[in-house]
Ligand binder design. Structure first.
Ligand code: CMC
Length: 388
């Protein structure tokens, strides 16, 4: 093992060459395919960014319309898939329900198993983008005990998803354009983030030539963790705890700094950003705007703002270069939109889906890709003899 480099958490190991996303963590820069996230946030849409990430260029207006129409035509899921949802307990967390149902898609599409068949990769891409929001809404409806809705394909991607989640068959669902705009933006901001834990998982599973459904399902499970996508749910729980216990932000900060019971300021810190996360900047102003429009829980937003203010002026956070990350303000917005905490990480998964697909395809197309197989430093017993 002499030639093996020990690098826990892959802090210094690049496992891929990628042209999808660029991050400069010191400067707080994020670009998709060369376009600044601020530029896309202002001018683009989630569906357009999905195309950009996957195919490398912005679509023309006609191509975008065809892309959206194609995805809309694949939103129906096989009726038998619905049976899976019946097997989960009612209080099941929607993330493992989502990963299980995405994994189950592999069993329904035997024509989408070959990672080297261009047509199969194309149809898997479309099916995943079309069906994951539907499955996500079923995971949600299951937890509410409400009937599953059929997609309505004259609606756009985000409108359709909102109706699937909040609509009921007996009534027309009234779409709030402010919510659609805000959710579209949030999904776009989550769409890719180079070799994060879930994307690396998707690549690792795919490097064994597992199909796209299996690889994305593994990514969803990685994202479920509270240090990764699960942080948005953990932030809201933290804010609520501070609110319900009537704790001052300073008191909570002391707990964090003393590492009391391993408590962390959730939504702060990042492996790559050692500066303000550019996504958090955009989300913070969206949170302020949308809460005015929707009349959400201002007190939670205020607690978050006070925590941020204190943290940014505190030596503990300054020395460690800990800044708010993408998850710090998203929960407050999702809550105002009517999503319960359990759905927050599912929304992250919906947003990250185009990135997972783009990275999986790039990995498969790269002739330098090898099966992911890290080495280890063995720390166990030397040879022992059974019965000796
Ligand atoms: N609150 C308090 N202390 C922290 C925090 C935090 N949120 N984050 C890092 N630290 C401390 C950590 O204890 C360590 O201190 P010391 O040097 O005294 O041991 C130091 O800062 C370096 O942290 P690390 O854990 O070694 O850094 P990492 O790169 O391994 O972890 C992280 C990055 C995001 C897992 C971590 O910052 C964290 O746990 N943050 C809270 C969870 C969170 O918000 N996650 C969402 C990440 S962004 C979205 C996504 O990618 O999913």
């Amino acid at each position: 093992t002499g030639d093996v480099t020990y690098d826990p958490g892959f802090m210094n190991t690049a496992n891929a060459k990628s042209a999808v996303t660029f991050i400069d963590g010191d400067e707080g820069v994020l670009r998709y395919r060369g376009y600044a996230i601020e530029d896309l946030a202002k001018n683009s849409s989630f569906m357009e960014v999905a195309y950009l990430l996957i195919y490398g260029e912005l679509p023309t207006a006609d191509t975008l319309a065809a892309w959206e129409e194609n995805i809309a035509r694949h939103t129906m899921v096989h009726e038998d898939i619905k049976n899976f949802f019946g097997g989960f307990p009612r209080d099941a967390h929607p993330m493992p329900v989502l990963s299980s149902s995405v994994s189950a898609l592999s069993t329904f599409y035997s024509d989408s198993q070959d990672p080297f068949d261009e047509e199969q990769v194309h149809i898997s891409t479309i099916r995943l983008l079309a069906k994951v929001p539907v499955l996500a809404s079923y995971a949600f409806k299951k937890s509410l005990g409400q009937p599953f809705m059929y997609p309505k394909n004259d609606l756009n991607y985000v409108e359709n998803f909102l109706r699937l989640c909040f609509g009921v068959p007996a009534e027309d669902y009234e779409i709030d354009p402010d919510v659609v705009k805000a959710l579209d933006l949030l999904l776009m901001l989550h769409a890719d983030h180079e070799q994060n834990c879930s994307t690396s998982t998707v690549r690792l599973v795919g490097s064994a030539h597992a199909n796209m459904f299996a690889s994305v399902s593994a990514g969803i499970n990685a994202l479920y963790g509270p240090l990764h996508g699960g942080a948005n749910e953990a932030v809201l729980n933290m804010l609520r705890r501070i609110q319900s216990e009537g704790m001052k932000p300073e008191e909570f900060m002391e707990k964090v700094k003393n590492k009391e019971d391993g408590v962390k300021l959730m939504g702060f810190g990042h492996r790559v950003y050692k500066n303000y996360d550019p996504r958090a900047k955009i989300i913070k102003s969206t949170a302020e705007e949308i809460l005015v429009k929707l009349g959400g829980n201002d007190e939670l937003l205020e607690i978050a703002q006070r925590l941020e203010e204190k943290a940014l002026a505190d030596d503990y956070f300054i020395e460690r270069k800990l800044y708010p990350n993408v998850d710090f303000y998203t929960g407050v917005i999702y809550k105002a939109m009517g999503f319960p905490e359990k759905m927050f990480t599912v929304l992250f998964a919906l947003g990250r889906l185009p990135g997972w697909i783009a990275q999986w395809r790039e990995m498969i197309e790269d002739p330098e890709t090898k099966i992911g197989r890290p080495r280890q430093i063995y720390t166990g017993h030397p040879l022992r003899t059974y019965g000796a």
